[in-house]
Write a protein that binds this ligand. Structure first.
Ligand SMILES: CC(=O)N[C@H]1[C@@H](OP(=O)(O)OP(=O)(O)OC[C@H]2O[C@@H](n3ccc(=O)[nH]c3=O)[C@H](O)[C@@H]2O)O[C@H](CO)[C@@H](O)[C@@H]1O
Ligand SMILES: C=C(OP(=O)(O)O)C(=O)O
Length: 513
């Protein structure tokens, strides 16, 4: 593998590397251009070194050549050296959510007009869906300041050219089913992938979409979908699980269904609400937003030029608050979507956390309620009852891992019960390497006993997004130097997390082999 450092390596050398890799794969310039959604002449310029290259384009070239050829600024081979045990200070602002962004990107397929998504987080999960959209002919353009995305689907999607590599790396590809079933009668999609959290079935999606006429046969890494056209006008969908993406899939299928769809046991979590607010802008009427029964009045032809600002990420908010809590610091986390943090904040208060909330204000989407939260150094103690997640309005499943490192800072034993994922809690046992007393009672339950006398260690980054960040935050608490190896996974869901923590005074250095 070659690491690119633009101070040392000229564009011509990069161009030569790309040419070599392309030829090794037996691709013509035109074929590579096709994979990248660009022209043959652009590839010729890149290979001659006469075209400037963005990090995004380099990442896509890497992927199109299916080679670990170019490691670009902080991707795969990056590691972090953390000098911990210091307090942080200052204000850090929550970015928009990964889960809202991916749902909205999928939903933009419903709109024949132009969708402008404002304030989209620059994260790898977004890049993957953008790559998939581009590969099927959708024109997706970042604004000059890199914050907004314009999305314009073509009249006819080219599903045969789908970027399977990008698609297989994300579970969110499953959310193409809902929008596509009203556009195509038969289509194929690659299997959904994602973090190592244990088996995550897609069966609830199949059950939810059956009333819309969808039939899916899964073979050889692909879903083969066929859609029956003779469906009743008024549909009733009962979700067997109150899952977020399954609810989104049902809503997206309903959005272009001619008639009314009633969805029961719907998730009313933040990303589902983001999706509903966007669909309302498109003229789709939805009753019951924020509740578990949604009535969607579909519209077969959606054609509107709209702008929607993705709302703030409650999981990032939890991550940033945790950074302050475990370093015993006073920091302010700005733009916290408070409705989606109520249980977390109440649980933290029970554990003795002192914090102050600013008056509420409204997010750029005009709907979500935000606050700034200032956490103060506190004497924490274990809660009396176990900490466990529930579908919204319970404690967010993705916020649970942060309670493990917080519990390790509290006196007493906290029982953490992750009933949701078979394989997420186990990654949290890496905290023991930093001195924490974490005992697995079974794959779903952890006893965490604190307070911890943290000490630095070298650890390979867990292959799961939230546990990876939990270990990084514990390293901020641990006196001395720690190394977290292979941190690329963090960029799947966090924009420039290390850089933003450094602005709060964290001592983190990125290095490569
Ligand atoms: C892109 C996106 O939005 N991802 C989120 C979404 O994933 P997503 O909606 O894909 O979550 P899954 O459907 O995989 O559900 C997560 C797990 O919870 C189980 N389950 C879920 C609901 C329920 O009522 N009963 C039940 O048992 C599922 O079987 C599965 O094991 O929701 C998860 C759970 O909030 C979050 O961790 C993910 O960050
Ligand atoms: C599990 C998560 O997301 P995804 O559904 O994208 O894997 C997460 O955000 O922690």
């Amino acid at each position: 593998m070659t690491v690119i450092d633009d101070t040392q390596t000229s564009l011509a050398e990069i161009g030569a590397l790309i040419r070599g890799a392309r030829q090794n794969k037996g691709l013509t310039q035109a074929q590579l251009a096709e994979r990248l959604g660009t022209s043959q002449s652009a590839i010729a310029r890149i290979e001659q070194g006469s075209q400037n290259l963005s990090v995004e384009l380099l990442t896509r070239i890497n992927r199109a050549l299916e080679a670990d050829l170019l490691s670009i600024g902080g991707a795969r081979a990056s590691h972090l050296r953390v000098t911990g045990g210091h307090q942080l200070s200052g204000t850090i602002t929550v970015k928009s959510s990964k889960n809202g962004a991916v749902a909205l990107l999928c939903a933009s397929l419903l709109n024949s007009g132009r969708t402008r998504l404002r304030g989209v987080a620059r994260i790898v999960e977004v890049d993957r869906i953008v790559d998939v959209l581009r590969s099927i002919g959708v024109v997706v353009t970042w604004s000059a300041d890199g914050r907004d995305l314009d999305i314009q689907p073509p009249a006819k999607l080219d599903l045969t050219s789908i970027d399977t590599d990008a698609a297989r790396r994300t579970r969110s590809i499953i959310m193409f089913l809902g929008p596509l079933l009203n556009r195509e009668q038969t289509f194929e999609l690659p299997y959904a992938g994602g973090c190592d959290l244990g088996t995550r079935t897609v069966e609830p999606h199949m059950i939810a979409l059956r009333p819309f006429g969808l039939d899916v046969v899964a073979t050889a890494g692909e879903y083969h979908a066929t859609v029956a056209t003779d469906r009743p006008t008024d549909l009733r969908v009962v979700l067997t699980e109150r899952g977020d993406t399954v609810t989104e899939n049902a809503i997206m299928a309903a959005a272009r269904h001619v008639g009314t769809t009633t969805i029961r046991n719907a998730s009313s979590n933040y990303m589902v609400q983001d999706l509903c607010f966007y669909l309302e802008l498109l003229g789709v009427r939805i009753e019951g937003i924020g509740t578990t029964t949604l009535v969607v009045h579909g519209s077969p032809d959606i054609r509107a030029d709209v702008e929607y600002a993705v709302s703030e990420d409650p999981v990032e908010a939890m991550s940033l608050l945790t950074a302050g809590i475990v370093t015993n610091s006073e920091i302010t986390v700005a733009r916290v979507p408070v409705e989606f943090m109520e249980i977390e904040l109440a649980t933290l208060a029970e554990m003795g956390l002192r914090y102050a909330l600013s008056p509420e204000y409204t997010a750029a989407n005009g709907r979500t309620r935000l606050v700034d939260i200032t956490v103060q150094p506190s004497e924490l103690h274990a809660p009396i009852d176990k900490i466990h997640p529930m579908p919204f309005p319970g404690l967010n499943i993705d916020n649970l891992p942060f309670f493990a490192v917080i519990a390790a800072c509290a006196s007493g034993t906290t029982l953490i019960h992750d009933w949701v994922y078979d394989n997420r809690a186990i990654h949290l046992t890496d905290l023991t390497r930093l001195g924490a007393d974490v005992r697995m009672l079974d794959p779903h339950r952890l006893d965490v006993t604190g307070p911890t006398h943290w000490s630095g260690a070298e650890i390979s980054c867990p292959p799961a997004l939230r546990p990876a960040v939990v270990i990084l935050l514990a390293m901020l608490a641990a006196k001395g130097t720690s190394v977290l190896r292979g941190v690329d996974i963090i960029a799947r869901g966090y924009e420039q997390l290390q850089e933003r923590l450094i602005e709060l005074g964290a001592q983190i250095e990125t290095f490569r082999d």
